[in-house]
Ligand binder design. Structure first.
Ligand code: UFG
Length: 331
């Protein structure tokens, strides 16, 4: 089975490509390397450098390859940036999806697994968040991904293109052997920023908000290991291959950790003091985001292997120590 992975050089995409190869899939990767890294892509995958919005380029890839299924990660995903530059997000993310579905339809490719997000829910009305809860995004990033989900729904009705939308909560960690990991420029995510402080690259962590209605006043988030997340995509491909109906699934752990708890776990893992100060709230941060993910477990058979936050952080620290400058300068 040949799987085309768009955005396969990014953080989650590269871990998914790696797991697909380990499990014996034939894999082709498309990435424009705007945020991805060529070195992150497993050598056994065929790599095509190009953009999801480039119709001629996609046509060439779909003509060269005999693609059975698509996994789509190629999107911008930084919430504050999306507030400043919404059209950039609707162009790359939403218009990119339209282009991709058109090319899939022309080439009779009928299955797509899509990287969606908890940001499609917006401010939750209840915790844990269920797939059937209202989707009311509070930023253009979430809106662009919700539009992509809706476009896939109508493309299914019209053309029979079946989709699985996987709504991620917070993703962290790296492959256990430390050969691939997270490398964003600029980095905005909590765990890698904490580890930059632990490594002496930043002076301190700024904790955005300490007056939320949570156990210690800091935001609570639901963390999943990136390899467990990658495996959910492979299960979703199997689900579609068996004739599964189009559907959406939350991917989380059903457990929430506050930012303060993540900091303390990282201090234990690294043995470093990791100085931190209180800073104002970051606009748009919901107090608590925890997923109900029993549907992914029941329907896809998803069983995350990492259930310990320190173990998740340890894999990220392992990657950080062996690649202090990310893919730019591996030791
Ligand atoms: N945080 C800090 N200091 C920092 C960085 C982050 O206190 O320097 C806090 C944030 O305010 C938040 C928590 O750490 O409370 C987690 O922040 P991240 O940026 O790591 O992750 P988010 O929960 O904001 O975002 C994640 C994904 C988004 C997605 C969102 C959906 O990264 O792509 O979940 O809820 F949209």
């Amino acid at each position: 089975m040949t799987v085309l992975v768009l955005g396969g050089a990014g953080y989650i995409g590269s871990h998914t490509v790696d797991r697909l190869i380990e499990k014996g899939f034939d894999v082709a990767v498309i990435d424009n390397l705007v945020t991805g890294h060529r070195a992150a892509v497993n050598d056994h995958a065929r790599f095509y450098y190009g953009d999801v919005r480039d119709t001629n380029f996609l046509e060439q890839v779909f003509t060269t390859e005999k693609i059975d299924s698509v996994v789509h990660f190629a999107a911008f995903s930084v919430v504050p940036e999306s507030m400043r530059a919404p059209l950039k997000y609707f162009d790359n993310n939403t218009a990119g999806m339209i282009n991709l579905l058109e090319v899939m339809e022309r080439h009779n490719v009928k299955q797509i697994v899509f990287s969606s997000t908890a940001a499609t829910y917006g401010e939750p009305k209840q915790i844990p968040i269920k797939e059937t809860d209202p989707q009311v995004p509070t930023n253009p990033y979430g809106e662009s991904k919700l539009a992509m989900e809706k476009i896939m729904h109508w493309a299914d009705l019209a053309y029979g293109i079946k989709f699985v939308a996987l709504r991620y909560f917070n993703v962290a960690g790296a492959k256990a052997d430390g050969t691939i990991g997270e490398d964003h420029h600029p980095e905005t995510h909590l765990v890698p920023i904490i580890l930059q402080v632990a490594a002496g690259e930043r002076d301190e962590l700024k904790i955005f908000g300490s007056d939320y209605p949570t156990k210690d006043g800091t935001n609570v988030r639901d963390y999943v290991h990136v390899v467990d997340l990658a495996d959910a995509h492979i299960l979703a491909l199997a689900y579609l291959a068996k004739g599964g109906a189009s559907d959406a699934f939350n991917l989380g752990s059903a457990t929430g950790f506050s930012n303060q708890e993540i900091l303390e776990a990282a201090r234990k893992v690294t043995g470093q003091p990791i100085p931190a100060t209180k800073a104002p709230r970051r606009p748009g941060d919901p107090a608590t985001l925890i997923a109900a993910s029993d549907k992914a477990r029941a329907t896809l058979g998803w069983q995350p292997q990492y259930d310990n936050i320190q173990e998740i952080i340890r894999t990220a620290w392992n990657w950080k120590q062996s690649h202090p400058h990310g893919y730019g300068e591996a030791k």
